[in-house]
Design a protein around this ligand. Structure first.
Ligand code: SAH
Length: 240
């Protein structure tokens, strides 16, 4: 596991204490890449106080305006959620997330995304994720504090590094497409589906959502995404 290839993304966090506590939890578990998406609070004294010495994680944080910006260079994006959604998304438990991250971080990056304290992640944000992870908890009181959720997930990743024996790691031969390349593909696909009449923009139903789930489940390589885009371009040329 290359922990330096894992980033923790916090979306629109409102409490500086949670950002500090998250930084501390990360540093305890050997993680250092913190990305804040449009934070709703300053990262000042209160955050540093709760960070209790995880200053470097807070100093090196990256702040961006939107989730796509935060994850564009990541090959695997994982959303965390306390509850299940209407259209089920591929799920991992924290331990299988660690196994997945172990394999992917050998040659690529993993982003793990955490939602707002009061509202979690939107469905739209979850659609950018290949997987969702739910920490098993009391069904009647399932929502953890966001920094606590980061603690649990980071712990699983760290634990995995302790179990690794030489030669254990799976190295993927071909580099996976990153999130920006996947988004480029989805945009291209949507254009072709609309122009061929397969997708009615006035009545899109859940088609793009289902297709995103399908393609993300396949974890295509950069080469494979190039082939798929080549097919779309051929369809566009053929129509002209
Ligand atoms: N009312 C919100 C709760 C958000 S808790 C909701 O129902 O979505 C804030 C964040 O902490 C969540 O977005 C998620 O990132 C994380 N979190 C809290 N409980 C979790 C759990 N049981 N499993 C995984 N992530 C959890």
């Amino acid at each position: 596991m290359k922990l330096e290839n894992v980033k923790i993304v916090m979306v629109e966090t409102t409490h500086p204490g949670n950002i500090g506590a998250a930084a501390r939890a990360m540093k305890n578990m050997g993680l250092s890449q913190l990305v804040l998406v449009n934070p709703k609070c300053p990262v000042g004294e209160r955050a540093y106080a709760r960070g209790s010495g995880a200053n470097n994680v807070l100093d090196d944080r990256v702040t961006v305006e939107s989730l796509p910006d935060a994850i564009k260079d990541s090959q695997i994006v994982v959303g965390t959620s306390a509850r299940l959604r209407s259209l089920a998304w591929p799920e991992l438990d924290p331990q299988s997330l660690a196994e997945k991250a172990d394999a992917v971080t050998q040659a690529g990056k993993v982003a793990i995304v955490f939602g707002r304290e009061h509202a979690g992640l939107t469905n739209d944000e979850l659609q950018h994720c290949h997987y969702t992870v739910t920490i098993p908890s009391n069904p009647e009181f399932s929502s953890l504090n966001v920094a606590s959720a980061i603690q649990v997930v980071s712990y699983e990743l760290y634990k995995r590094t302790q179990q690794e024996e030489a030669g254990d790691a799976v190295v993927d031969a071909e580099p996976l497409a990153d999130s920006a390349e996947m988004e480029g593909y989805f945009k291209h696909l949507e254009q072709v589906l609309v122009s061929t009449g397969f997708l009615d923009p006035d009545n899109p139903r859940q088609l793009m959502k289902r297709l995103r789930r399908l393609y993300q489940r396949a974890e295509p390589s950069k080469n494979e995404i190039n082939i798929l885009r080549g097919i779309l371009t051929a369809v566009q040329k053929f129509r002209k």
